[in-house]
Design a protein around this ligand. Structure first.
Ligand code: SF4
Length: 101
């Protein structure tokens, strides 16, 4: 009995270490209030972008179809070189959006 218990404890500890490691590797989600995000007009939801401020923005422009997006098009979030160490939302947008080639 006691061996079995120890095994379960080890497995759950191993599991949480794995989750933490993964979160660290991917980086935290970028906050819209981050100074760099504010400077680039970043919104986690492309439909919330200020149309007056960014007249060239279109709702079809998303981080996940931006040339700079480091995630896959299907990823909910991914890296962006403009926000090092952070994750941007796949459905997000910023004024540096560039059409994927
Ligand atoms: Fe999203 Fe592209 Fe702006 Fe990065 S540069 S935040 S991927 S729109």
């Amino acid at each position: 009995m006691s061996n079995r218990r120890e095994f379960i404890v080890q497995v759950s500890l191993g599991g949480s270490a794995l989750v933490t490691g993964q979160a660290f590797a991917q980086g935290a989600m970028l906050a819209e209030t981050d100074p760099q995000a504010v400077a680039l007009g970043y919104k986690a939801d492309t439909t919330k972008v200020d149309a007056k401020k960014y007249p060239k923005h279109a709702a079809s422009q998303l981080c996940n179809n931006c040339a700079l997006y480091q995630g896959k098009a299907t990823d909910a979030a991914g890296g962006c070189p403009l926000f090092a160490g952070k994750q941007v939302a796949g459905k997000g947008w910023c004024s540096a959006w560039a059409k994927k080639g």
